[in-house]
Ligand binder design. Structure first.
Ligand SMILES: Nc1ncnc2c1ncn2[C@@H]1O[C@H](COP(=O)(O)OP(=O)(O)OP(=O)(O)O)[C@@H](O)[C@H]1O
Ligand SMILES: [Mg+2]
Length: 347
């Protein structure tokens, strides 16, 4: 069994708390991403699962086995870091064979396992090259192969694609996801890239200042963020605050300037309560100034190829992002902002 369970895990460095009271279960075969800003405790948490450091408080189990005080080498985890740290003097084959040699595999076993790993990352043809003769993406794939060649129960990846350019990164993301699914290996991936987290994970754990802010599926954390930190960290969120009430069956939010705007039903049963809601840019629409809705003026139109993203200064008291959408407006144009009630979310 390679289910991971963290219970009440904290890590202190002196009096500084890098990870605070984290509870997490990662199911067999699941891919969970730890997402958070720099310094939020992602690598510390991964290091705790790997056994590179021990927690100040709490229990870590793999299946029914308590591994809290077990050294890393006895945990059977594959580790891949951002700096792939391949051995420069060894060939690709030798690099991937290294964890097997350390574990005293027989030569024939090594041959078979490395060949299989090379096929998984589609590098069979480069097995005799040295790392310096490979592209960044190829080196990254060698590091990955080295991470899982010994069939670890658990794969731990700390920003493994950080050094790759966007296009290559997206390619390796897909490959990594396929590989992880095919091997059925329980995986924890650290990233600070929200798109990577959303596109690759079964579930995302959002970490801030060592504390979990939310754990959920990509859809949950993006569409139903638990708080404004998660809302803002996972993409752009237009935030509106005001008093929410029911006007003849339709919910509206009364903003500071007295403007009434549409919203969904509030989280609690009470009326006339002060609430904060978010609207994602892609749920906002621009229409002509004779339409209905708050007025605004286009401040910027950011061309993204197929689509355009607009920045609008509006009477709802803020600069909002709209799109990307296929419509295109000019800077200075007067517009109205509209949105669907169902697309609002309270935080
Ligand atoms: N050995 C250590 N001693 C003291 N403080 C540490 C130690 N290791 C990490 N920290 C602190 O713990 C906090 C979390 O560090 P960590 O490396 O886990 O962050 P991170 O989320 O991985 O950040 P990044 O995205 O920059 O890699 C930071 O404030 C860091 O300075
Ligand atoms: Mg880190």
């Amino acid at each position: 069994m390679s289910e991971i369970s963290l219970s009440g895990i904290s890590k202190f460095y002196g009096t500084f708390c890098a990870v605070r009271n984290v509870d997490l279960k990662v199911a067999q075969g699941e891919l969970v991403t730890i997402l958070g800003p720099s310094g939020s405790g992602k690598s510390t948490l991964l290091g705790l699962i790997a056994g590179l450091t021990t927690p100040s408080e709490g229990i870590i189990s793999f299946g029914s086995r308590d591994v809290t005080h077990l050294p890393s080498r006895e945990r059977n985890v594959g580790l891949v870091f951002q700096s792939y740290a391949l051995f420069p003097h060894m060939t690709v084959f030798q690099n991937i064979a290294f964890p097997l040699k350390v574990r005293n595999y027989a030569t024939l076993q090594i041959q078979a396992a490395v060949t299989k790993a090379l096929q998984s990352v589609r590098l069979e043809h480069l097995s005799d090259r040295k790392p310096s003769q490979l592209s960044g993406g190829q080196q990254q794939r060698v590091a990955l192969a080295r991470g899982f060649v010994f069939e670890p129960d658990i794969l731990l990846l700390d920003e493994p694609l950080g050094a790759l350019d966007r296009k290559l990164r997206e390619e390796v993301q897909v490959e990594l996801r396929d590989l992880q699914r095919n091997l059925g290996i329980t995986t924890v991936l650290v990233t600070h890239d929200q798109e990577e987290a959303l596109s690759m994970s079964d579930r995302v754990m959002v970490l801030d200042q060592g504390e979990i802010r939310q754990i959920g599926t990509p859809e949950e954390v993006y569409l139903k963020p638990a708080n404004s930190f998660v809302a803002g960290f996972l993409g752009t969120a237009n935030v509106l605050s005001g008093t929410v009430r029911n006007l003849g069956g339709d919910w509206t939010m009364r903003l500071a300037k007295g403007l009434e705007v549409p919203c969904g039903p509030p989280p609690g049963p009470d009326q006339d309560v002060h609430c904060t809601m978010i609207i994602r840019p892609e749920n906002l629409r621009l229409c002509s100034p004779d339409g209905h809705g708050p007025t605004g003026q286009v401040r910027d139109a950011i061309y993204l190829g197929q689509t355009t993203k607009h920045v609008v200064e509006s009477e709802i008291g803020l600069i909002v992002s709209v799109g990307p959408s296929h419509e295109r407006r000019s800077v200075g144009e007067n517009v109205k902002l509209t949105w669907n009630r169902a697309a609002t979310w309270f935080v």
